[in-house]
Design a protein around this ligand. Structure first.
Ligand SMILES: Cc1cc2nc3c(=O)[nH]c(=O)nc-3n(C[C@H](O)[C@H](O)[C@H](O)COP(=O)(O)O)c2cc1C
Length: 191
């Protein structure tokens, strides 16, 4: 059993990464393997609507960048967490590019259906709820099961590390991780 967290901030060691590590720690405590993948510094381009993946029926994208190995990683995982800082009221372009291409490649074959997942969002002041919903749409349409937490998975922080002062934000991320682990284990016990 494995959970992978994709961190969609272009800034390494930032608030999203801290939050995602916290969630993964909660998951690891339940005996599930974890991996954190930061998109920072990677070349992940947006979907260009070439339709090759759709027309070939294959999970392949002709854009020659860093996406495919990550696609294979989330395809192999039992749980996928997408972490985003809010940029102008939305998820970052980097994470959106990842979502567009993974979703379009894997959607028709329902490769993500039955996996567990959900968003983690952080912002200085506003836009968390919209961004949370934006990412939730991706999980929903692809057939993931999304457990809840003790609040929506949103938190506050601006400079690197500031999210650590948001005790409730950390607690929500932790409780989300525990629920991800619980659901992964339950699904594996009946599969
Ligand atoms: C280009 C840009 C746009 C941003 N837009 C918002 C915003 O709309 N709302 C907000 O509250 N914070 C906004 N922020 C602040 C970030 O969401 C905040 O610093 C967050 O903690 C960054 O996460 P990170 O450390 O993982 O990169 C923005 C930051 C940048 C660089």
């Amino acid at each position: 059993m494995k959970a992978v967290a994709i961190v969609g901030s272009p800034r390494k060691n930032g608030n999203t990464e801290i939050l995602a590590k916290h969630t993964l720690k909660a998951i690891a405590g339940e005996g599930i393997d974890t991996e954190l993948i930061s998109l920072a510094g990677l070349d992940i381009r947006p979907c260009n609507a070439c339709m090759v993946c759709r027309e070939s029926g294959e999970e392949k994208c002709p854009i020659d960048d860093d996406l495919m190995p990550l696609y294979e990683k989330i395809k192999a995982a039992d749980a996928v967490i997408l972490g985003a800082p809010v940029y102008y009221g939305s998820a970052t372009a980097l994470l959106k590019a990842f979502m567009e291409r993974c979703g379009y490649m894997g959607g028709p074959k329902r490769v993500f259906a039955g996996k567990v997942g959900g968003p983690l969002v952080v912002a200085r002041r506003a836009g968390q709820n919209f961004t949370f919903a934006q990412i939730m749409f991706w999980f929903h349409i692809l057939g993931f099961f999304m457990p809840g937490s003790t609040y929506w998975n949103v938190s506050f922080g601006r400079e690197k590390g500031e999210v650590e002062k948001d005790e409730e934000g950390l607690e929500i991320a932790w409780n989300f991780g525990k629920n991800v682990a619980l659901l992964v284990k339950k699904l594996n016990s009946v599969a």
